[in-house]
Design a protein around this ligand. Structure first.
Ligand SMILES: Nc1nc2c(c(=O)[nH]1)N[C@H]1C(S)=C(S)[C@@H](COP(=O)(O)O)O[C@H]1N2
Ligand SMILES: [Mo]
Length: 553
């Protein structure tokens, strides 16, 4: 390739920016692009920032096995891992673009344009893309192209000496080894640097790079912070929810047996597990929020947040569980929800015969499919606005989410909900269904040992074995514990508010010295006992008895 873009004499004489500096420039301009994009995203919408938008596309299109792998490997940090991984990959490409651009500036422009386009395409294709979704990537790319030119061929370009053996390109230009010719030669480059061809020194170049990266990091972090802070958090803080017209049954005394290490009956909002596909939590302005109930209904209806708050609110304790919860896992929590019964809104719309599925759709396009039956059969399926006495936390679906007792979250608990589409299971597959999960997701009867801990070391004597058991909407009838394959022993159940919540249980174990295996199983009020056979979480929830090993001294 010939370098037609620059005056041949000047370029030949001055040489090109060494590869390492060029790579550095590439990374710096990528940082600037992303940082600026985050700032633009404060206005254009946090989820239009290129990293977030591309990450979102990756999450939604990744095969289920990969998503599961990521969750297994990174646990709750899967989102961070994805963003960091993307950033590292991007830095590699950016370095390459820098090196190419040092040879042919047009290659830099093209490379940056390609990245900009990927960002734009991802941002505008997101389900909740606003009209300005393309702007963060566009402006970021533009800034990157200008800065890259300035660094590599413009006023910020480092002075360049022809390569000398043994001199690393990042050594300061002021301190090269004496050239072989001339005994007292001053530390000047052996090739003259032409005036006007971008005279500078590496220090100026490096400080330009440093300042760019620093400014980009500040802008990026500040932008991200602002975008998240802006409006919604403060709006949420200013909301006072109306009192419930139909309050929750009081929590019975003794609901929390005093056993250390046992999970509390009501899960505080800050400890409540969080599962969703959102890389950046959707920020929904309650004043803009609408819920549209449409599809196979007699009358399509739309309700606003004030409409919802003006209705009679119902308050209920409901234990939410994730289908991905492993036996013994903690993707489960119990909260006091405040909201409007879904059946009242559905009744107003009038589902048509044969419409056996209601699809909840989130502002970010995520969907879940709930049996119409479960929303109409009298259970406390809610469009919730409150959680444990507060407006819904933003991570848990502010301003409105659905909660349905007895169904796993992936088929019912739509957060940031904006639509209920009345349809049928034959006509629509919700988000997780094509990814290998069952369309039907009733919660399986389960039990968990919270204390003692796995591989715990105990002293002989009476040891309380305690935990939680759940079979939402059916209720737990009995919990049994056994030691070393011995006989099953009945645990004492604590009271619970209703069949829609978990229940705590305790069994006093006369522990003797040695290694022991403890197992638990629960029976629900239909008489069904948890099966021993292990099944994985996919496609419709894990089965098996929680089993732990302890040592008693
Ligand atoms: N918009 C949206 N809602 C969602 C999800 C999601 O990915 N996006 N995940 C669901 C799943 S799988 C579960 S288990 C529950 C978890 O609710 P939580 O995060 O409030 O505990 O939310 C459900 N609602
Ligand atoms: Mo879930």
């Amino acid at each position: 390739m010939t370098q037609q873009a620059a005056p041949p004499v000047a370029r030949a004489a001055a040489g090109r920016t060494p590869a390492r500096l060029a790579a550095l420039a590439g990374v710096a301009v990528a940082a600037v692009a992303l940082g600026l994009a985050e700032v633009v995203a404060v206005v254009a919408g946090a989820r239009s920032a290129p990293l977030v938008a591309v990450g979102g596309v990756v999450v939604d299109s990744a095969p289920e096995s990969l998503t599961r792998f990521a969750i297994d490997v990174f646990g709750v940090h899967d989102k961070t891992a994805l963003l960091v991984g993307t950033a590292v990959l991007l830095a590699g490409f950016a370095a390459g673009i820098g090196v190419l651009a040092a040879r042919a500036p047009i290659a830099g422009d093209l490379g940056i344009a390609a990245f900009g386009l990927v960002g734009v395409a991802a941002a505008v294709s997101r389900p909740d893309a606003g009209p300005a979704a393309a702007l963060p990537s566009l402006l970021g790319a533009l800034a990157a192209a200008i800065l890259l030119r300035a660094l590599l061929t413009g006023p910020l370009r480092p002075a360049v000496a022809p390569p000398q053996p043994g001199v690393g390109p990042l050594r300061p230009a002021v301190d090269p080894p004496a050239p072989p010719a001339g005994p007292a030669a001053p530390a000047t480059p052996t090739a003259p640097v032409l005036p006007g061809a971008g005279v500078g020194d590496r220090r100026r170049f490096l400080s330009a790079v440093g300042v760019s990266v620093g400014a980009a990091a500040l802008a990026g972090a500040g932008g991200r912070w602002l975008a998240q802070r802006r409006s919604v958090t403060s709006v949420r803080a200013s909301i006072t929810l109306p009192a419930a017209a139909d309050v929750a049954a009081p929590v019975p005394s003794g609901v929390d047996p005093q056993v250390s290490g046992l999970t509390r009956y009501v899960t505080p909002n800050t400890d409540f597990y969080r599962i969703d596909t959102a890389l950046v939590v959707p920020r929904v302005d309650p004043q803009q929020w609408r819920l549209r109930i449409h599809g196979r209904v007699a009358t399509e209806i739309t309700v606003s947040y004030p409409d919802l708050l003006a209705m009679d609110l119902v308050e209920r304790y409901v234990t939410l569980a994730c289908v991905s919860n492993e036996v013994g896992g903690d993707l489960i929590g119990n909260a006091r929800w405040l909201g409007v019964p879904v059946r009242e809104l559905l009744a107003a719309a009038g589902p048509l015969p044969g419409a056996d599925q209601v699809v909840g759709r989130s502002v970010d396009g995520w969907t879940c499919g709930t049996p119409t039956e479960a929303l109409l059969d009298g259970r406390d399926a809610l469009l919730a606005v409150g959680m444990n006495g507060e407006p819904l936390p933003v991570e848990h679906g502010f301003p409105v989410r659905m909660v349905v007792p007895g169904l796993y979250g992936y088929v019912s608990a739509c957060k940031w909900i904006t639509e209920l589409e009345v349809t049928s299971f034959a006509d629509f597959d919700a988000y997780w269904v094509p990814r290998g999960w069952s369309a039907q997701g009733p919660i399986k009867t389960q039990s968990r040992i919270d204390t003692p801990r796995q591989r715990g070391e105990l002293t002989a004597g009476t040891v309380p074995v305690a935990g939680v058991a759940w079979a939402q909407h059916r209720g737990i009838r009995a919990v049994e514990v056994r030691v070393d394959d011995g006989p099953w022993q009945s645990a004492t159940l604590a009271p619970a508010v209703s069949a829609d919540t978990w229940v705590q249980w305790v069994w006093q174990w006369p522990a003797t010295p040695g290694e022991h295996v403890l197992q638990v199983r629960a029976t629900d009020t239909t008489g069904e006992t948890q099966p021993e056979g292990r099944q994985p979480v996919a496609p419709d929830g894990a089965t098996g008895w929680h089993t732990i090993r302890v040592t008693v001294a």
